[in-house]
Design a protein around this ligand. Structure first.
Ligand SMILES: *[C@@H]1O[C@H](CO)[C@@H](O)[C@H](O)[C@H]1NC(C)=O
Ligand SMILES: *[C@@H]1O[C@H](CO)[C@@H](O)[C@H](O)[C@H]1NC(C)=O
Length: 303
């Protein structure tokens, strides 16, 4: 019975290779095409109204999640604790932007985009406090002092990238992390090592990005980045005439939905239940349509 899943995975890999590994693994790209067309070649055009409406819904859900007791909502006084808590948060002081850096959520394309924007901008934006112009990309929020962090959290445009936790897990496995021979043993390793020892590739987004402490202005969803980021850039007052072709997540999403179902079927019921418990906060803070794990959350109220 182990033959069939493997056959299916092999077929998936074949398709993935056909689409290009770049799509599946979202690794940084170096190719520079000449496509600057703002028109969407594939999929749909998202209107501004729909974009704003969807943002309201996502933030409403997040606020409901954050109103539960026990959420981290304040900045620690100690520098060390802050460094730990804010370790995934990055800022661009040049663009007045803050974002949470999580692998496999579209980050590579986003950082390339910011690089291009920073080149373009030449410091025309108003910076609330005169920060030294350090190399802005990948600057850690925790490098700044408390006063500066508070100012940035208050005034910067804050962006959170989210992706279905199970798909993040599949992505980590496909990238060969953990070195497990099968997906099921990889999942078992993840479960056994627990939340605290989880690598950022599969650690829950709520733990990495602290969405109850950082009041994100935009929650963007993997699978819709190309559509959503155009509106986001314009709303944030950034040049939106930049090509968004690095964002191939729409195609990746379809491959992954299919691949995820195959891999999910390799897991035992126990593992599935433990995984949905492992990701219970992400599943309640964000709405992932058709997430394989959300149906298994038996008692969603017991956080
Ligand atoms: C940015 O600055 C550089 C050098 O200061 C200049 O050559 C370039 O034209 C500027 N770009 C824009 C978009 O203003
Ligand atoms: C915080 O850092 C800013 C520069 O980044 C500096 O001007 C300010 O004096 C610092 N504040 C404290 C309390 O150290």
């Amino acid at each position: 019975m182990r033959f069939l899943p493997r056959l299916v995975i092999s077929a998936a890999l074949g398709i993935a290779t056909f689409l290009g590994w770049r799509l599946l693994l979202q690794s940084p790209t170096t190719g520079q095409g000449g496509d600057v067309s703002p028109k969407m070649k594939e999929g749909f055009t998202l209107t501004l109204d729909t974009f704003l409406h969807v943002q309201q819904l996502r933030k409403k859900r997040l606020r409901a999640f954050c109103s539960q007791p026990g959420r981290v909502t304040t900045l620690p006084r100690s520098q060390e604790e802050r460094a730990h808590l804010l370790s995934s948060l990055r800022v661009s002081t040049k663009l007045d932007l803050l974002y949470c850096q999580v692998p496999s959520t579209g980050m590579e394309g986003w950082q390339q985009l910011l690089g291009k924007l920073e080149e373009k901008e030449n410091v025309t934006l108003q910076v609330p406090i005169p920060y030294p112009q350090s190399h802005a990309l990948e600057t850690r929020l925790s490098e700044f002092n408390l006063t500066a962090i508070e100012a940035m959290l208050g005034s910067y445009t804050k962006v959170l990238f989210v992706r279905d936790p199970f798909q993040r897990l599949v992505s980590a496995f496909m990238q060969g992390m953990g070195g497990s021979p099968s997906f099921s043993s990889f999942v078992q390793d993840v479960l056994d090592s627990g939340q605290h020892n989880a690598r950022e590739n599969w650690k829950p987004l709520v733990s990495l990005c602290r969405p109850c402490l950082v009041q994100y202005d935009y929650v963007v969803m993997f699978g819709f980045l190309r559509q959503e980021l155009g509106h986001l850039l314009r709303r944030a007052g950034l040049p939106a005439d930049i090509p968004l072709r690095e964002f191939t997540d729409t195609q990746v999403r379809w491959t992954y939905s299919w691949l995820s179902e195959q891999m999910f079927s390799e897991l035992s019921l126990q593992q599935k239940k433990q995984l949905s418990h492992f990701y219970r906060w992400d599943l309640s803070a964000f709405l992932f349509s058709s997430s394989l794990l959300s149906d298994l959350l038996s008692t969603p109220e017991t956080w």
